[in-house]
Structures are given as structure tokens and as C-alpha cells.
Ligand binder design. Structure first.
Ligand code: GLU
Length: 276
């Protein structure tokens, strides 16, 4: 089978050493297998994404010599694809509108013993899952702001048991309830990270997802969505995260570790790869 990998940065800042490490793994895995390495710009967060950052990402990758195959896919140009996936889930009764504000959710999850914890904090307590159909309809009719959530328990029933393969960790049983009723379309943008990544990896024919192990929990959601949408599940290679001398993860705040800054200080791509 041909190997298709991808690097999928969000254009909300400059690339740093951690990105170079991740991009290089994806590129190398594709190149050693004679496969394809794709570049995807994950710019669904329209408020935080900037074209300047996108241009800088492309330039940094070129400078590193990590050439990609085919066109760059920019997620903000594919909302219709995510919409089709939402329609399919809606047709199976697996999503529902949620009108809760952050404050509503905080109030509901603050009460002692009120909520289960997920990887990103308290799970959504399910308030809007129980709205009477009439109320739901009238709130939608007046255009009340809402996001769309997956009914995780129902989805889990529909999907049945599923698993994914992580190269370093082996077979991992899917935990459909790990993130609870995850958001699939946000109030401010008609998709979410989980949905867009799942749809794109499918549409782009990605066979091997290489990404940081901080995203391993998310793979439980992606595996579930793949099952529900009838997609193949790619292989996964969740790699360790690069950390600084204090053992902290590289983040956008570490300006001195951006590829830009390193390049300006005279480092060559060869120096960068030996730092990794
Ligand atoms: N866009 C995500 C990020 O920059 C990566 C998504 C993924 O690889 O699945 O962290």
C-alpha cells in the first residue's frame, strides 16, 4: 500500500523546533516508502489564523528542504466537505445543537461531583441533549447561537467496538466517551478540529498519521467518527514531544526556538536537524 502522510500545522504562529521535528517525521516516512507527503493548513480558527503565518510556514518548510506533494489543502476552503459529514451524522440522529454559553457549562460543571473529567477538562454535562424537540426547534428558528455536538453515547452504540493501531503502542481500543459529547461544529466556525481532521485525512487518502503524542487522546474521537462515517482508519504514529532544557514543551511563546529566529541567528537546516 502506498504510504501517504501529512503535516497539518495551524497558521496561528511561527513554526518552532517541535514542528520541524514533526514535519520531518512525516516527510521521511513518506519519502522512504516512495509515498506522498501532504501539507494541510488547519485554519478553521478564522480569528487566530493569519495568511502571513501560512506563507511563513511554507517558506520554512522549503528552507528545511521538506518538499510536499500536490496542492496545499487549506481547511477554510472546504467547509462544504465538513458540512456533508455533519449532514450524514445528523441524518443518523447523532448530533444535536447546543445553546450553552461557557458560563452555563462552567456553572453546571462546577458543582461538586457534577461532571466527569476528560482530557481537556470537565466533560459537557449534556444539558442541551435533553432539550424538548419543540424548544430546540424554536431556538433554532430565532437563530440562537449554537454549536453542534456529537451524542457520544448514541454514537458509541451505533459504532460498536473499534480500535486503532499506534506504531509504538500497538492496538488501542477506542474509548468513544473519552471526550464526551464533543463539539463537531463550533459557534464561530462550521466545523471543529476533530471533524475537519477526520474528514480531511479521509478525503486526502492519508494512510499514516504522524503527530505528537499530545494528540493521542483525540484519536479516540477520530476513530469513532471514522467508524460512523464509513471511513478507513489510518495507521498512527504518535511521536514524543520536544521539550526545552527545563523539560517544558515547545510552544508558540518560545520565540527563540522558532525556525525563523534560528535561521536569522545563522543556523542551517543541517544544524536544525542535528538539534532534533
Ligand atoms: N493542526 C494541529 C496542530 O497544529 C495538528 C493536527 C493533527 O496533526 O492532527 O497541532
Amino acid at each position: 500500500m502506498t504510504v501517504v502522510t501529512r503535516f497539518a500545522p495551524s497558521p496561528t504562529g511561527e513554526l518552532h523546533l517541535g514542528h520541524a521535528y514533526s514535519a520531518r517525521i512525516a516527510w521521511q516516512r513518506a519519502r522512504e516508502a516512495g509515498g506522498r507527503f501532504l501539507l494541510r493548513i488547519e485554519d478553521i480558527d478564522i480569528r487566530r489564523s493569519r495568511r502571513e503565518f501560512e506563507a511563513a510556514i511554507l517558506e520554512d518548510l522549503r528552507w528545511l528542504g521538506l518538499d510536499w506533494d500536490g496542492e496545499v489543502r487549506r481547511q477554510s476552503e472546504h467547509f462544504a466537505d465538513y458540512g456533508r459529514a455533519l449532514d450524514a451524522l445528523d441524518a443518523s440522529g447523532l448530533i444535536y445543537p447546543c445553546f450553552c454559553t461557557r458560563a452555563d457549562i462552567a456553572a453546571a460543571t462546577d458543582a461538586p461531583h457534577a461532571s466527569l473529567q476528560g482530557p481537556d477538562g470537565p466533560l459537557y454535562p449534556g444539558t442541551c441533549r435533553h432539550l424538548p424537540r419543540e424548544e430546540r426547534r424554536s431556538r433554532l428558528a430565532v437563530g440562537e447561537e449554537h454549536c453542534l455536538r456529537l451524542d457520544a453515547a448514541k454514537a458509541a452504540g451505533e459504532a460498536g467496538p473499534y480500535h486503532f493501531l499506534d506504531e509504538a503502542r500497538g492496538r488501542i481500543e477506542g474509548q468513544p466517551m473519552l471526550f464526551g459529547d464533543v463539539v463537531l461544529a463550533r459557534k464561530d466556525t462550521p466545523t471543529s478540529y476533530h471533524l475537519a481532521v477526520t474528514v480531511d485525512d479521509h478525503l486526502q487518502g492519508v494512510t499514516l498519521v504522524t503527530r505528537g503524542e499530545d494528540l493521542l487522546p483525540s484519536t479516540h474521537v477520530h476513530g469513532l467518527l471514522q467508524r460512523l462515517l464509513g471511513y478507513e482508519t489510518p495507521r498512527y504514529a504518535h511521536h514524543r514531544l520536544m521539550t526545552d532544557a527545563q523539560g517544558r514543551r515547545f510552544a508558540k511563546r518560545d520565540r527563540s526556538l522558532t525556525l525563523r529566529a534560528l535561521r536569522e541567528s545563522g543556523k542551517t537546516p543541517g544544524d536544525i536537524f542535528s538539534l532534533l
